[in-house]
Design a binder for this molecule. Structure first.
Ligand SMILES: [Zn+2]
Ligand SMILES: [Zn+2]
Length: 253
């Protein structure tokens, strides 16, 4: 009985192939990729007749069901990434191709750039990453977020209401790693941290300067650069020890 069923189904398939070979075949994915561990992927097939699997890489197994092809790959033990094509055929000149890739152990993570910079308004920037790793782990510092997909790292920074930010984004996979330096301009001046003032260089913030005339004769003078005046004969007026920030002109922004 089993044999009969088999024969019947084979016959049916032959008839279908002979008479009903699809004149159009399309697939919902032209490529599938597997991580080093392998797995299973389904691709939907739309055809107006019967089709069969004409070509398939030897490291891939397929199973066909109504309107779908199930693609399976074992763990990749070859030590190298691999790629091949599955070709579906309807009528003799009607084909659809699905490219199958499988990653191996990650051998490199190479960013196209090792820095990403944002204006204070923030936004999203992308960096192409050349890698054969399939499960790249991404760590972003505070104030930034980062995701990796299909060879592209997307880094996002929200509007920065504070001081300038810097941080390192780490990409790791197996024994490989890469660092990308992220920075964002801030809404406040990083030199004075928004205060608009910095320590007076002339007096080191003391508000006065000392002049020594000899070993036993010196006078303190109010630092004129930060608003002081007079000397220590009773007229001394200390300076504030702070001067306008040279980077922001005192605005703090
Ligand atoms: Zn400043
Ligand atoms: Zn001063």
């Amino acid at each position: 009985m089993k044999y009969l069923l088999f024969s019947l189904s084979t016959l049916l398939l032959l008839i279908l192939t002979a008479c009903g070979g699809a004149s159009s075949i399309s697939v919902d994915k032209n490529s599938v990729s597997f991580a080093i561990d392998g797995g299973e992927e389904n691709v939907s097939v739309t055809a107006d007749g019967s089709w069969n699997v004409k070509d398939c890489p030897d490291w891939v197994k397929t199973e066909t069901q109504e309107g779908v092809i199930i693609i399976k790959a074992e763990r990749n033990e070859t030590g190298a990434a691999r790629e091949g094509n599955i070709v579906l055929q309807g009528k003799s000149n009607v084909e659809a191709t699905i490219t199958v890739k499988q990653f191996s152990k990650c051998t490199h993570i190479t960013p196209a750039s090792d820095e990403v910079e944002f204006e204070k308004e923030g936004g999203t920037e992308t960096i192409n990453i050349d890698t054969d790793g399939s499960n790249i782990n991404v760590e972003a510092p505070d104030g930034f977020s980062a995701t990796f997909a299909d060879g592209v790292l997307s880094v996002t920074a929200p509007t920065n209401e504070e001081g300038a930010k810097r941080g390192e984004i780490k990409l790791t996979c197996d024994n490989q790693s890469a660092t990308i330096y992220a920075s964002q301009k801030g809404s406040i001046c990083p030199t004075c941290r928004g205060t608009g003032k910095v320590k007076c260089k002339s007096c080191g913030g003391k508000g006065y300067v000392t002049h020594a005339y000899s070993d036993d004769w010196e006078d303190d003078y109010g630092c004129s650069d930060c608003g002081g005046s007079g000397k220590d004969d009773g007229s001394l007026k200390l300076g504030s020890g702070r001067v306008k920030c040279p980077d922001c002109g005192g605005t703090g922004h």
